[in-house]
Design a protein around this ligand. Sequence first.
Ligand code: SAM
Ligand code: SF4
Length: 359
Amino acid sequence: MKPFTDILQNKEFTREELVKLLSAGDEERRQLFVQAQLVKSETVGNKVYLRGLIEFSNKCGKDCLYCGIRKNNNKVVRYELTDQEILEACRFAWLNRFGSVVLQSGEISSPTFVKRIDLLLQKIKELSNGELGITLSCGEQSAETYQQWRQSGTHRYLLRIESSNPELYRKIHPDNDFHSYERRIQAIRDLKECGYQVGTGVMIGLPFQTVYDLADDLLFFKAIEVDMVGMGPYIEHEDTPLYEFREMIKTKQERFDLALKMVATLRLLMPDINIAAATALQAIDPAGREKALTIGANIIMPNLTPCEYRKEYQLYEDKPCLDEDAEMCRNCLEARIELAGCEIGYSEWGDSKHFKRRQ
Ligand code: SAM
Ligand code: SF4
């Protein structure tokens, strides 16, 4: 195999080469990060785009084995923001020149839910004179629903594959058609066909996951020509079935380090996509998201969910910013982004360059 420094100059990567990058020791890791930062500044530039995250409901029909808000976790108090609360959060984002919002929730597919989102999309466009970009992250829906929401004003959708290895996917989800790998893949295909900029991603450091799985995840992103990726460390939650396997997972610091290497390696593999600095990084290291920005990521999602609801959207333990309101979050984030040597793309959608090229 080529020496490490030669692999860093590649345009295409084999599975073994990706594994080598992901297994980099201290000095090689430093070289990987320097190269990823260089590729980032030459392709997507130094700007970071803001997506105000509104976790508008924790009601979910699914039971993913890793997730703190899964249907069968009876300790969670279920909530749904009112239309007014959602619109106020969007207005905050617009007035503070965030450029875009992400509306995220558990997975509900009832006609009432679908219709409600549809009307909300139209109202958000109205209140911002069409200026706020809208990303949705509401799980698997029918192709018709995706189509309808696309027409009502959303143009980006996030749906993580969680793991591209079908066997591992089955281990971290209940064994039924509702949670099937095939259904997930079909949903990602449907989103692409409806003309969305599609974001996907995985959790890093899952029980049973190997570095080969992670290399395959990167190749999966490339094969499906994804436009955006959001991936972060898996973090255990004691009220979930996967907690049983906590002894077999890497330490939090190891998961964090691996997540940064995944971001940097992906930047080399897919230079012009958008890569988010995942919130889960911050749950392990307070400066985790900023560290990701300096080695390849270019998107950040400040939390705009009203504080009183945040403790009920605990996907994993130690989720950050539980009691900081949107204004405080904004102030501290701006300073941190500047410290990371990046510039904020105020009022810009910051669409994926890869998507534009694909068009
Ligand atoms: N329900 C939608 C879905 O599943 O696509 C959107 C919301 S879901 C909470 C968003 C993401 O949270 C999931 O795609 C998953 O990767 C992440 N997540 C859930 N539990 C997690 C955990 N224990 N550690 C890290 N990330 C987690
Ligand atoms: Fe529901 Fe999404 Fe959590 Fe799965 S990951 S249980 S679909 S909120």
